[in-house]
Design a protein around this ligand. Structure first.
Ligand code: ADP
Ligand code: MG
Length: 554
């Protein structure tokens, strides 16, 4: 039997493949299972147009069988199989995709999920195997063929026996090395978890023999188990699903230990087509406001996991959102680990942003209590959002903000505030401080409060900075109660009357020198009622902002 050489380019490619294209060795299983699923899809597709073929779903499955003592991992499918020629063509030439050709020949367009297209996935098997053997019997053929290769040296093809149509991929798993563990690819629990991770939503059952001992007394039992959940919840109709289904999905996916406050199920079609299930969590993850926290959504292409946390799908200010997106419109790079170009992704992200905003507004409008709960956890993130991009996203965010109100003694929106403003009130007043209790005692607030004007209490460091970025809300400017000019027009309350200052010139000079370095000037004020003295600022920064800035590490 002669050993056939891979084409020259293929040899180099194979080397590249094994050594550098994929970052995670475990994805070989994702690739082989995708191929098996494609092969079953092809029979299904043929059956649609060929009456002599009937596609009985029960007969189609993928099976993964580890044989630890012999270091063999077998992946079998009941798909369309390959003829001798097809084995040569598809596996003898790297970067030749039979699946891509099949799609072209059969003019398959949308809605049919054949995954393959690059013609390299199969070779990822060499990342974990010394020898790869493929035994395949094609649909409509009696004989079977065996293709075998140890990698770059080439491959052999010879006739062999196989009872039924389909393909067995047999991997001789490598021995462990100092820095690489291959044994894990023979472990049941590890294989199960890789299948769950990448191939959970493959449409055909992925079976494994699972060994279980119920308790200490009983002996080990073997049971065939279907590892994948097959039908992704996001492909189901909303009407088929219950709240419990969504909650279960949330915890199965380990999005959080809490129960989500709200889910968003999107099925978008049009300029971009995608499906998504997003969650607004109730509780803040413990690491949320730390550098360790990574935002992002799971990204699937045709039901296969591409990325665990695709950050591009979420703006920073919505980084608390959890969930997944599945789309067929992505251009992926060859390893399916990196996105090729992100025009589609940008469109999806934009779309998702709007949906999240609408849902939050809806929550605010219709379930105020829940919204306030949410805002306690993630309100700061929204305010950071306004601050960090210089107010560029104020349209998205300003109506989602809540502040404590002096009048209502509870959280209010800016729109609620403005709608209650008396006609002569020029500004939206706020007072900044460490806590509601301390702000209540601020002497500066008295005059404004006496006027009957509502004051928003800013207790978060970021509040005042965010508001500065907003500048105005519904054309009303924001004004700190500690600012020099409060804009309250009435002669008697105009701050610092020169007459009083002149009268007390000596006293004020003395006070200024005692407080040197702490205050710039001491002046008489008519703003005070029950307090003898207050601090007030000149210029752009308020006293509270200065405090925050001074506390920042240099
Ligand atoms: P891709 O899946 O991107 O086409 P692969 O390298 O994964 O590339 O596979 C190459 C080709 O080999 C496939 O397109 C398909 O024609 C064929 N093939 C691989 N695995 C199987 C299988 N289990 N059953 C039938 N054909 C297969
Ligand atoms: Mg493939």
């Amino acid at each position: 039997m002669t050993v056939k050489q891979f084409q020259a380019e293929s040899k180099r490619l194979l080397d590249l493949m094994v050594n550098s294209i994929y970052t995670h060795k475990e994805i070989f299983l994702r690739e082989l299972i995708s191929n098996a699923s494609d092969a079953i899809d092809k029979i299904y597709y043929k059956a649609l147009s060929d009456d002599s073929l009937n596609f009985n779903k029960e007969n189609y499955y993928i099976k993964v069988v580890p044989d630890k003592p012999n270091r063999i991992l077998k992946i079998s499918d009941t798909g369309i199989g390959m003829t001798k020629d097809e084995l040569e063509e598809n596996l003898g030439v790297i970067a030749k995709s039979g699946s891509f050709a099949f799609k072209k020949e059969n003019e398959i367009k949308d809605g049919f999920d054949i995954i393959g297209q690059f013609g390299v996935g199969f070779y990822s098997a060499f990342m974990v195997s010394d020898t790869v053997t493929v035994i395949s019997r094609a649909l409509g053929h009696d004989g079977a063929y065996k293709w075998e290769s140890k990698g770059a040296e080439g491959y052999t093809i010879e006739p062999c026996e196989k009872d039924s149509v389909g393909t067995d991929i047999i991997l001789k798993i490598k021995e462990n090395t100092d820095d690489e563990n291959y044994d894990e690819y023979l472990e049941e629990y590890r294989l199960k978890s890789i299948i769950k991770k990448y191939s959970d939503f493959i449409r055909y059952p992925i079976k494994m023999e699972v060994h279980e001992t119920k308790d200490a007394e009983s002996s080990e039992e073997t049971r065939e188990q279907i590892i994948n959940s097959m039908i992704p919840i996001w492909k189901k109709n909303k009407s088929e699903l219950t709240q419990e289904d969504y909650d279960n999905f949330y915890s199965e996916k380990h999005f959080g230990f809490d129960k989500p406050l709200k889910h968003i199920h999107i099925s978008a079609e049009g300029t971009v087509s995608y499906k998504a299930i997003l969650f607004i969590p109730e509780k803040m993850p413990f690491d949320f406001y730390t550098k360790e926290y990574e935002k992002g959504l799971e990204l699937y292409s045709k039901g296969v996991l591409i990325m665990n946390k695709c950050a591009e799908l979420l703006p920073d200010y919505f980084s608390f959102v959890k969930g997944m997106v599945d789309t067929e419109d992505l251009s992926l790079n060859i390893s399916r680990e990196i996105l090729q170009q992100d025009k589609q992704l940008k469109l999806i992200a934009k779309n998702i942003k709007t949906k999240i905003k609408n849902e939050l507004e809806d929550l605010l409008k219709n379930s105020r209590e829940k919204y306030e709960e949410f805002f306690k956890s993630f309100g700061r993130q929204l305010k950071y959002g306004i601050y960090s991009d210089f107010g560029a996203n104020k349209d998205v965010l300003q109506d989602l903000l809540l502040f404590y109100s002096s009048k209502e003694k509870k959280m209010v929106t800016l729109s609620e505030y403005v709608s209650r403003m008396p006609e002569e009130q020029k500004y939206i007043y706020y007072a900044a401080g460490d806590s509601i209790e301390r702000i209540e005692k601020l002497p500066q607030a008295e005059l404004v409060a006496d006027k009957g004007y509502e004051i928003l209490y800013f207790t978060d460091d970021v509040d005042e900075f965010a508001i500065r970025m907003l500048m105005t809300y519904k054309e009303k400017e924001f004004k700190s109660v500690s600012s020099g000019d409060l804009g309250i027009e009435s002669e008697e309350t105009k701050d610092s009357s020169s007459g009083d200052d002149a009268e007390n010139q000596e006293l004020f000079t003395e006070m200024t020198s005692i407080l040197a370095g702490k205050v710039k000037a001491v002046r008489a004020s008519k703003r005070l009622k029950n307090h003898p003295v207050c601090l007030s600022n000149e210029g752009d920064l308020t006293i509270e902002m200065e405090k925050v800035l001074n506390a920042l590490p240099n």
